[in-house]
Ligand binder design. Structure first.
Ligand SMILES: Cc1ncc(C[n+]2csc(CCOP(=O)(O)OP(=O)(O)O)c2C)c(N)n1
Ligand code: SF4
Ligand SMILES: [Mg+2]
Length: 280
């Protein structure tokens, strides 16, 4: 009897060890992503995974045994856009961190959402720049002491999912790594959605965020996710004050809108026809 893990077939046989720390939420998420693809029975070779720079960017690259693009900091969505437009039949999934996608990469993020480019973006929101030593990110909670906010963070934070909806994303959901099964279900839905999907995953970084909040251990951070999560249906009946410090989880937005690669293909077909007809 084989004892190998059922998802092992998706891991590149490189012998490389993960860059992520023990207790990091990234391992839980990696497994949830692979399980969603496995359950959907989508050939792994259909995918191109794109990531930027940061701990979360090590989730697909180089470990997922298909095409993986490990790009420059803040630019995974720009690379993913190029891949999707050059090869519309490939499934493009971006997996990267809150800093990578929303700080240096913020402009690419909002414009890809606005253009409804067909890609699944998984944003790992750990509230900090993990890989570079715990600097404040646009998601770092107010008051938190970090490497760059030694007296406490005085900035306002982005609500990543709300930003994506406002920018034009057509599928948006949020979970924490505590809700592993729901993450898998949601990624399956996102994979079946044609257009720009954002799945925001609140994840624990025990090493940087945990140390600085004093929350410390992985289990304490997971307990926090469990105790702070409010399903979106329940949240709709709560006041802003009641929602203070809570994490609204579930499917937040799902609509249909024209998708960029389809619109471009239609445009090309129309221009070709007009050229043949002599009307262009
Ligand atoms: C142009 C550029 N600026 C800054 C950096 C340094 N840098 C690398 S990763 C990173 C932040 C990563 O944070 P996040 O995307 O939240 O990933 P995490 O490590 O938390 O998963 C920064 C500032 C860089 N590599 N390139
Ligand atoms: S520094 Fe934090 S986010 Fe990065 S791998 Fe370690 S625990 Fe995970
Ligand atoms: Mg981060």
């Amino acid at each position: 009897m084989s004892t190998s893990h059922p998802l092992h077939k998706y891991i590149r046989p490189s012998g490389l060890k993960t860059a992520n720390c023990p207790g990091c939420g990234n391992g839980i998420l990696a497994q949830a992503i692979l399980r969603a693809i496995d359950e959907e029975c989508i050939p792994f070779d259909d995918f191109v995974f794109v990531s930027g720079i940061g701990c979360a960017a090590w989730i697909p690259s180089p470990f997922f045994y298909t095409d993986t693009l490990h790009t420059t900091h803040g630019r995974p969505i720009a690379f993913a856009t190029g891949v999707k437009l050059a090869a519309p039949n490939r499934r493009v999934m971006v997996v990267s961190g809150d800093g990578d996608l929303l700080a240096i990469g913020g402009n690419h993020f909002i414009h890809a959402a606005r253009r409804n480019i067909d890609m699944t973006v998984i944003c790992v929101n750990n509230g900090i720049y993990g890989m570079t030593g715990g600097q404040a990110a646009p998601t770092t909670p107010a008051g938190l002491r970090t490497e760059t906010t030694p007296y406490g963070n005085v900035e306002n934070t982005f609500d990543i999912s709300a930003l994506a909806i406002a920018a034009g994303a057509t599928y948006v959901a949020r979970w924490t790594v505590y809700q592993t099964l729901q993450i898998t279900k949601t990624i399956r839905k996102a994979l079946n959605h044609r257009g720009f999907s954002l799945v925001e995953i609140m994840s624990q970084c025990p090493v940087q965020f945990g140390r600085k909040t004093g929350m410390g251990s992985t289990t304490k951070m997971l307990d926090h996710f469990r105790d702070s999560s409010i399903p979106v249906a329940k949240a709709s009946g709560m006041t802003a004050e009641e929602l203070q410090g809570k994490i609204v989880v579930g499917e937040l937005h799902s609509i249909e809108k024209p998708v960029l690669d389809i619109e471009l293909a239609n445009l090309r077909a129309r221009l070709r026809k007009e050229t043949v007809d002599g009307t262009n």
